[in-house]
Design a protein. Structure first.
Length: 142
C-alpha cells in the first residue's frame, strides 16, 4: 500500500502491522529461522523463505526440523531415529550438533556410529538385560 499511496492513514496501518509482528515474536522467529537455515541448509532464510517445504529433500527437511529443535526453548528432547533420511554428511552434521548442544537428549537409534560419536552414555536393552557404557569414542562391550 505504501508504494501506491504514501498517506498518513497508510503509514499508520503499516506501523501498526510492524508493531503487531514484533509483539507476536515475528522478528525473533526470523532470527531463529535464519540461523536454522544457515546451519541446516547452508543458505540464509532470506534466500529460501518462499521455498515450499515439499521441495526440500528428506534429509534437508530432517536437518531443518532438528536444527529448530536444537535451537528451540525445550531443555529435554526425545529423538527417535533422528538420522533417518540423512546422508553421510548429514549424519556427521547431526553428530556435531548433538555434541554441541547443552540440552538433555534421549536418543533412540540403531546406528552405533551415531551413538558412539554423539552420546555421552549409551544404554543397551536386549533380552531383559541392560548395559550402560560410554559413548564419544568409548568401547562397545563384546
Amino acid at each position: 500500500m505504501l508504494m501506491e499511496r504514501d498517506d498518513q492513514p497508510t503509514q499508520i496501518r503499516y506501523a501498526s502491522a510492524l508493531a503487531t509482528w514484533a509483539d507476536a515474536g515475528g522478528y525473533d522467529a526470523e532470527i531463529l529461522w535464519d540461523a536454522c537455515c544457515v546451519s541446516a541448509l547452508g543458505v540464509p532464510y532470506e534466500s529460501c523463505r518462499w521455498r515450499q517445504v515439499v521441495t526440500l529433500s528428506g534429509g534437508e527437511q530432517k536437518r531443518l526440523v532438528l536444527e529448530a529443535l536444537l535451537r528451540g526453548p525445550d531443555e529435554v528432547l526425545l529423538l527417535d531415529e533422528p538420522d533417518n533420511y540423512l546422508d553421510v554428511a548429514g549424519k556427521q552434521w547431526l553428530e556435531q550438533r548433538l555434541r554441541e548442544t547443552s540440552k538433555t537428549v534421549l536418543l533412540v537409534s540403531h546406528d552405533r556410529e551415531l551413538l558412539n560419536q554423539a552420546a555421552e552414555r549409551i544404554v543397551t536393552v536386549e533380552s531383559r538385560h541392560v548395559w550402560i557404557h560410554s559413548g564419544r569414542g568409548g568401547r562397545w562391550p563384546r
